[in-house]
Design a protein around this ligand. Structure first.
Ligand code: GDP
Ligand code: MG
Length: 438
């Protein structure tokens, strides 16, 4: 997969003392192949690696102290972030009510996403939300939205006998104005493939309701097709942003990398499951880290904190801010994660664990190993990781049934994670752009 292939491309450099025309060319070629294998269009992959090459050759003499492999990872990561749009972009719901129109093919995940977004706006941003059922072709679709709305606790506007989505949408919005709703989300019908009738209909709805935000929902598992569909919809309805769904599945990641470049519209949300509790705002930098196998510890921390009780979260935040997060805290987090379920997607977010999550059938083994290592530490070591020296490592390795290298690897990952969390907390404290604007 993409992550492994990129990994291999970087490993090629690890024996070399510096970047040269030759080793840069070799790794750039491997990177390009990895991208194409992951369903990234060849033209995009080529322009991407051309940039990486230029950067690498330009920087090699400036940053002499950095190891070639590390420098290359850094350059690729920066370029990936750029390729995916640089920054995360929020949605516009500034109106009374804000109107969000949801478009996309049948089965892409529109109704599911409508539920997730409703829940997010209601719970996290205190909005009064109404959803409007405009998929008029299948009665089951209206019922599905009703179930979802009930689940997340928002109101629904529906007309079982009306087959005109434009009318329903307008009637719903009129109701929403009367009821002083902050946001309405209009769930529409899709077809199995791009077709004229669907496009005409969605364009008519858009024209009539003048949404503040139009989101196009696409299944990431459809690879290159996802990009083509994204383009077809954008040509016709000029949407504001993309929702990439089913990233919890076995996707190759190509869609995430290509959409911004091809369509020029940002990915705003990603969806990683059928349950209503997993709406993720798309962060290009986190996605790049994930692709490079560094894991997405930041998302993990966010997710964990949702389930934490307030006090614990506050205490932890303080420790992170002082860069004092230790193994006791980590152990607590692991326990927390176990409670939350969906281990596979969660494990994939821990630095260095992305591969394990993909390759083995996840049971609790991966966690057991980490837990065993931590439990083999003395309380002093857990609270103060800095004291762990060579002889302590040997003892911990023995106690937990691992090799010393494995202990080293784990300690490195932990340090990396701690650093990232520390940096994150500084950004948040500084009022950085970690929250959705608006
Ligand atoms: P719609 O036809 O566009 O409204 O799509 P639905 O919301 O009905 O979703 C179609 C199917 O995909 C349903 O079985 C959903 O449970 C499933 N689904 C939607 N989003 C996700 C996701 O992010 N991950 C996974 N695994 N399944 C999803
Ligand atoms: Mg639907």
């Amino acid at each position: 997969n993409l992550q492994d292939n990129l990994d291999a491309a970087f490993k090629n450099l690890s024996g070399d003392g510096k970047l040269t025309e030759i080793n840069v060319a070799t790794s750039v070629k491997a990177i390009r192949r990895a991208l194409v294998d992951a369903d990234v269009n060849y033209k995009i992959a080529k322009s991407f690696t051309d940039k990486v090459k230029e950067e690498a050759l330009g920087k090699r003499n400036v940053l002499k102290s950095v190891r070639p492999g590390d420098l290359m990872v850094k350059i690729v990561q920066d370029e990936l972030v750029e390729l995916m749009g640089g920054q995360s972009v929020g949605i516009n719901i500034k109106a009374n009510p804000g109107i969000v129109l949801i478009a996309g093919l049948q089965g892409s995940g529109k109704t599911t996403f409508t539920g997730k977004l409703s829940r997010h706006l209601k719970n996290k941003r205190n909005k009064k939300v109404m959803v409007i059922a405009c998929d008029v072709y299948r009665p089951a679709a209206i019922n599905q939205l009703a179930v979802v709305a009930e689940q997340v606790g928002v109101d629904i506007y529906k007309e079982m006998d009306n087959k005109n989505p434009v009318e329903i949408a307008l009637n719903g919005i009129a109701e929403a104005k009367k009821g002083k709703y902050d946001v309405v989300i209009v769930d529409t019908a899709g077809r199995l493939a791009v077709d004229e009738e669907m496009m005409t209909e969605i364009a008519a709805v858009k024209e009539a309701i003048q949404p503040t935000e139009t989101l196009f929902v696409v299944d990431s598992m459809t690879g290159q097709d996802a990009v083509n569909t994204a383009k077809a919809f954008n040509d016709r309805i000029n949407y504001d942003g993309v929702v990439l769904t089913k990233l919890d599945g076995d996707t190759r990641g190509g869609a995430a990398l290509s959409i911004k470049y091809t369509v020029g519209k940002p990915i705003k949300f990603i969806s990683m499951g059928e349950k209503m509790d997993t709406l993720d705002i798309f962060h290009p930098d986190r996605m790049a880290q994930r692709i490079l196998g560094m894991g997405d510890i930041i998302s993990l921390v966010e997710k964990a904190q949702e389930d934490f009780d307030e006090k614990e979260a506050k205490r932890l935040e303080k420790k992170i801010r002082k860069n004092q997060f230790d193994f006791n805290d980590f152990l607590k987090q692991l326990a927390q994660i176990r409670k939350m379920g969906n281990l596979k997607s969660l494990i994939g977010m821990i630095p260095g664990m992305g591969k394990i999550a993909k390759d083995i059938d996840i049971d609790d083994n991966a966690f057991n190993k980490i837990e065993a290592i931590i439990l083999s530490m003395t309380p002093e070591e857990r609270g103060n990781p800095g004291v762990i020296n060579g002889s302590r490592k040997k003892r911990i390795a023995k106690g937990s049934g691992n090799r010393v290298e494995e202990i080293n690897q784990f300690l490195r990952q932990f340090e990396q994670m701690r650093k990232m969390m520390f940096q994150m907390s500084k950004m948040q404290a500084g009022g950085g752009n970690m929250r959705m604007p608006n």
